[in-house]
Design a protein around this ligand. Structure first.
Ligand SMILES: [Zn+2]
Length: 346
């Protein structure tokens, strides 16, 4: 673990963008990292994509029309989940319930985008806003403490992991209680592996996985965390557990095409977020904390995956990773969360 400021410049993989500070990374003599050396190539990826797309389409056939809605979409308002929403609606004609979690730091433009897009697509929508005093307590704690295993922090900051955990299990609870057979996410192909892109929620597994998030959050806010997770009654056998899907893993993915597709709906890029988010202001603060504490950017793995697989240009990814967060936004978040102290290292 690195505390304080990291000396620059860092050695970075010659093929992707992973830095030498990334946990477990090794480079060969040419400066290529072990993840790049393990990559099986684009051809094998295309075969996997066709396989998982087939699985998804079989599920659509089987479950369409079987619940109150066909799919519950975890809709952040960002570019990827907006794009996913258009595909589910326009290409698969699914009946969708979109749910957006407002963590108190949704950019105004993102919030406007959500309203505009669901209206334009004709989709039922819920804004779900957990009480802010409780969320602030969690985020404040996460700014100073590592409450998750190191593996979890390779792909997201402590703050993001907590927030997304609340999103995931609240969504699962909504889906169970409304009997919705599919839960969709807009993960980019770099954020989550294709192997998890069509996956049945197994109650025993869910119980174990949920514990890794629930227990640390319970330590911070006690039983106030209960409404956002599954309870014993949900595991009693009377609920139908849905499939999780993240279609961008098995569909074409091009940022340019995505921006083009969603702008026709009136979606606009928020001007106040950092280079790696198109919806959340808290993200800027979470990135700063993560970089200073661990010495690598919480989006390094996602961007490295996207570069390695040819989805984005390496130069663009490096630029995003090197871009400093807007100090005004970071200051605004610190103030709203009432965080103090020198844990930033400056
Ligand atoms: Zn690499």
């Amino acid at each position: 673990m690195t505390r304080g400021r990291v000396r620059l410049p860092l050695k970075v993989c010659a093929n992707c963008v992973l830095p030498e500070t990334f946990p477990g990374i090794r480079f060969n003599e040419e400066g290529v990292c072990n993840l790049c050396l393990d990559f099986k190539g684009v051809e094998s990826r295309q075969r996997r994509k066709a396989e998982f797309r087939g699985k998804f389409e079989a599920l659509v056939k089987e479950y369409k029309g079987s619940g109150t809605y066909d799919v519950l979409m975890c809709y952040s308002g960002g570019k990827d989940s907006t794009h996913t929403l258009t595909i589910l609606k326009e290409e698969y004609s699914l009946r969708i319930l979109a749910v957006s979690l407002d963590n108190g730091f949704l950019s105004n433009q993102a919030s406007q985008n959500i309203r505009t897009v669901v209206e334009k697509l004709g989709i039922d929508h819920i804004f779900f806003k957990p009480r802010f005093d409780m969320l602030a307590k969690i985020f404040r704690h996460c700014a100073k403490n590592n409450i998750y295993p190191p593996k979890a922090l390779e792909r997201a900051s402590v703050i993001c992991t907590s927030c997304i955990g609340i999103v995931k299990y609240s969504a699962l609870r909504f889906a169970l209680e409304k009997d919705i057979p599919l839960v969709a996410y807009g993960w980019s192909p770099g954020q989550a592996p294709i192997t998890s892109s069509v996956m049945k929620n197994n109650p025993q597994m869910v119980k174990i996985m949920q514990k890794t998030l629930y227990d640390p959050l319970y330590q911070i806010v006690g039983s106030e965390i209960k409404p956002y997770f599954l309870e014993d009654k949900h595991f009693g056998g009377s609920y139908r557990f849905p499939y999780n899907i993240h279609p961008l893993a098995f569909l074409d993915y091009s940022e340019e095409a995505i921006y083009q597709n969603i702008s026709r709906l009136g979606w606009k890029t928020p001007q106040d977020v950092d280079a790696n988010s198109t919806n959340c202001l808290l993200n800027s603060f979470a990135n700063v904390v993560h970089k200073r504490r661990f010495g690598f950017h919480p989006y390094a793995l996602e961007l490295a995956n996207l570069v390695r697989e040819g989805y984005i240009d390496r130069i663009i990814a490096l630029r995003r990773l090197n871009q400093q967060e807007d100090p005004h936004i970071v200051a605004m978040v610190k103030e709203k969360l009432a965080v103090t102290g020198d844990f930033f290292g400056d």
